[in-house]
Design a protein around this ligand. Structure first.
Ligand code: G3H
Ligand code: 13P
Ligand code: ZN
Length: 334
């Protein structure tokens, strides 16, 4: 058993309390490799933002969960080396699917876990989430539960269509499970294709697809039931069209990729939404930079020469999210 506290990591409790009170959201960025992690840490130090490093099942399969845990430990030291004496970094399991996975992450030093029972019948979701909370809280590890199902694919959790969170269930769920935060479904979904063209309208000036708005009425009803309780939004990439255009210009083929407009995420950040999950936008920034570099320098074969620009591009993306969308900048006394 390794306590995250000895690794210099923090849980989400205080962070969320301050974020809800301050009307901003903490960025939860997924990482799978060193360049993403470096970009996240550089961006959070330069903007003085707390940050949540998320590890998904896909990331654990790709990079190995032990290695990712040591990378997060290294990230704390790296942040200090970059000049932030007191970084606030959470290591979080994204979409944990079983009690055993959550336990294994807690035992190896994660400071926060998500147990995603959203695809289960309500009572089973309650029972599973409660079991994880009981284990996690013994070690002061915080737990995110989920109610409502997002459209699209959540690792192996899939749903054909989105089922919004039912506001009438949230008090019972939070009370029975004791979870520390709640992921909800209000129209976001995972990946770079969040809406079908049929669900969108077309901007007459640009010809771009304009997605339907998020269900802010459902969010408001949830907030009314659970005043001040930390709410989490998954599937919150905006799918920047410049990155999609760059990918397509340099040999890619991404048709009708569309995300959540930043203005709506800005609005959500000011509410009880205090954690916003972003993964796809980082993938797009990385892919666009790599495609561009390799197309412009076809003789290049040193990975540092194309991963370096990709890292720079991700760092700018993370800083933009922190400062211009989530508002979590200038919250650390570095
Ligand atoms: O929730 C989904 C995240 O974007 C993680 O995706 O399992 O492909 O790493 P992944
Ligand atoms: P995006 O695919 O919109 O980046 O969502 C990521 C996410 O919710 C990770 O849990
Ligand atoms: Zn998610």
């Amino acid at each position: 058993m390794i306590s995250y506290k000895t690794l210099g990591l923090v849980n989400t409790r205080e962070m969320f309390k301050k974020a809800v009170k301050g009307g901003y959201a903490i960025p939860a960025f997924n990482f799978n490799n060193m360049e993403q992690l470096q970009a996240i840490i550089m961006a959070s130090v330069e903007t003085k933002s707390p940050v949540i490093l998320q590890v998904s099942k896909g990331a654990r399969n790709y990079a190995n969960q032990t290695l990712l845990r040591y990378m997060a430990e290294g990230a704390v030291e790296y942040a200090k080396e970059l000049g932030c004496e007191k970084p606030e970094i959470v290591l979080h399991l994204d979409h944990g699917d079983t009690f055993e996975t959550c336990k294994s992450c807690i035992d190896m030093g994660f400071s926060s876990v998500m147990i995603d029972g959203s695809h289960l019948p309500y009572d089973e979701n309650v029972a599973l989430t409660k079991k994880v909370v009981e284990y996690a809280h013994q070690f002061d590890v915080t737990v995110e539960g989920e109610l409502g199902v997002l459209a699209g694919v959540e690792d192996e959790v899939s749903a054909e269509e989105s089922h919004y969170t039912k506001p009438e269930e949230v008090i019972d769920f939070v009370t029975k499970t004791g979870c520390d935060s709640l992921a909800i479904s209000i129209g976001t979904s995972h990946g770079a294709y969040k809406f079908t063209p049929e669900q969108c309208t077309v901007d007459p000036e640009t010809g771009r697809l304009l997605p339907p708005p998020l269900a802010f009425d459902v969010l408001a009803a949830i907030e009314e039931k659970l005043p001040g309780f930390p709410i989490v939004l998954h599937g919150s990439s905006s799918v920047p069209q410049e990155d999609v255009d760059t990918i397509n210009k340099y040999g890619g083929k991404m048709v009708a990729a569309v995300g959540i407009p930043e203005e709506q995420l800005r609005q959500a950040s000011k509410s009880a939404v205090c954690k916003i999950n972003i993964d796809s936008d980082s993938r797009l920034a990385m892919t666009a930079a790599i495609r561009k570099t390799l197309a412009e320098k076809p003789g290049e074969f040193d990975p540092r020469k194309y991963l370096g620009p990709a890292r720079d591009s991700m760092k700018e993306l993370y800083k933009h999210k922190i400062v211009n969308v989530l508002g979590s900048n200038d919250k650390l006394d570095c």
